[in-house]
Design a protein around this ligand. Structure first.
Ligand SMILES: Cc1cc2nc3c(=O)[nH]c(=O)nc-3n(C[C@H](O)[C@H](O)[C@H](O)COP(=O)(O)OP(=O)(O)OC[C@H]3O[C@@H](n4cnc5c(N)ncnc54)[C@H](O)[C@@H]3O)c2cc1C
Ligand code: FES
Length: 337
């Protein structure tokens, strides 16, 4: 039986490879043209040491302590020249994709839907034959080229790939290049080019309660993660706090309600910062984090939104004197261009 391995390079590029039963990760990577660090191939030098973020695997006992210590193996470090897998795995490679002679995938697609959910928010779906080959970890993003220009913008997937189709949740930035294209010109059937997947903000194996904190269209990666969790289930409680600035930014509540039905231990709350909002729950995300959500630090926190929100929430968590077991964040920074 074959499995999929996600290789995450240190420049943020992710490349998926197939691995056959009994094949080592290093052999599978080289067979598919990905030159991950490798030297002796014998479990002796440690050159192929990587970190397994998720999955079940076997390292055998044909390697020496100098190459990989017992302590490192316990922590999740692996020798890819020795590693055979028993499930899909996610592996962090301590080298850039360029050094490993691989690169991000480029896909051609067409717009299958573009809708203004409100004046501030756009839902975009794209579809294409080539997207049936696109794999990504829920939470990751791609660069979408703005049609008619040579510029790209980064967008997190808000869905899992389904029948060659993926979706995005996009803030309408007045006068913005992509925003103007999507609100004034885009129509079903228009071509779009995307490259990726990218990013280290993705759902890890769930080993403890999760606290998910979204600001505005920073909700996008969480809906992709929740899709995955709905498929696979979670033994731990998951709580999402979704904060926006104004009432018109509050989109996607129906979908979140649907997730509460599909994922038994998922709960969420939403809040609007504008004091004049008609929404009953007001204020910032930080005002709605309760001590039980931080679970005395035994929690994995995922945070995504515009940079000021991410900074404010990070600072708030630090000030609580609680160190979450893991803290992952993504800033929706404006493009340098
Ligand atoms: C890793 C990553 C993932 C991202 N994922 C998403 C996503 O899923 N959904 C999403 O909506 N955005 C996301 N973004 C932001 C997105 O890439 C664009 O920056 C944004 O959509 C604006 O693009 P634009 O072409 O419309 O505006 P631009 O032409 O880039 O900007 C026009 C003007 O508006 C300013 N500006 C840009 N963005 C903002 C903002 N948010 N607030 C205020 N001023 C701004 C710019 O500095 C510039 O002056 C992500 C960014 C990163 C880095
Ligand atoms: S390449 Fe030497 S230990 Fe794997």
């Amino acid at each position: 039986m074959s499995h999929k391995i996600a290789l995450n390079f240190e420049d943020g590029v992710t490349r998926f490879i197939d691995i056959n039963a009994g094949e080592t990760v290093a052999d599978a990577a080289y067979r598919q043209g990905v030159n991950i660090p490798l030297d002796c191939r014998d479990g002796a030098c440690g050159a192929c040491k990587c970190f397994a973020e998720a999955g079940r695997y076997d390292l055998g006992d044909n390697y020496i302590e100098d190459a990989l210590s017992e302590d490192e193996a316990q922590q999740g470090y692996v020798l890819t020249c020795q590693m055979r897998v028993e499930s899909d795995c996610v592996i962090r490679v301590p080298a850039s994709s360029e050094v490993c002679k691989t690169q991000q995938g480029v896909y051609e697609a067409t717009i299958s839907g573009v809708h203004k959910l409100s004046d501030s928010t756009i839902a975009l779906s794209i579809k294409g034959e080539s997207l049936s080959r696109l794999a990504f970890l829920p939470g990751q993003y791609v660069n979408l080229r703005v049609p008619g220009s040579d510029q790209t913008r980064a967008y997190s997937f808000s869905s899992l790939p389904r029948d060659g189709e993926v979706s995005f949740l996009i803030r309408n930035v007045p006068g913005g290049l992509m925003s103007t294209f999507l609100t004034s010109l885009a129509k079903a059937g228009d071509s779009m080019t995307l490259s990726g997947p990218l990013g280290s903000f993705y759902l890890r194996e769930i080993k403890r309660p999760l606290l998910l904190l979204a600001g505005g269209t920073g909700l996008a990666p969480f809906t992709a993660m929740l899709e995955k969790i709905a498929e696979e289930g979670s033994a731990y409680p998951l709580h999402l706090i979704y904060g926006v600035t104004n009432d018109l930014d509050l989109v996607g509540l129906d979908r979140l309600e649907e997730f509460t039905r599909r994922i038994p231990n998922f709960t969420f709350s939403a809040c609007v910062a504008n004091p004049e909002s008609s929404y009953p729950r007001k204020g910032y995300v930080t005002q709605h984090i309760e001590p039980k959500h931080l679970n005395e630090g035994d929690v994995d926190v995922y945070l995504c939104g515009p940079p000021p929100m991410v900074e404010a929430v990070s600072q708030y968590i630090r000030e609580q004197g609680i160190q979450p077991a893991n803290f992952y964040y993504e800033k929706f920074a404006a493009s340098a261009a």
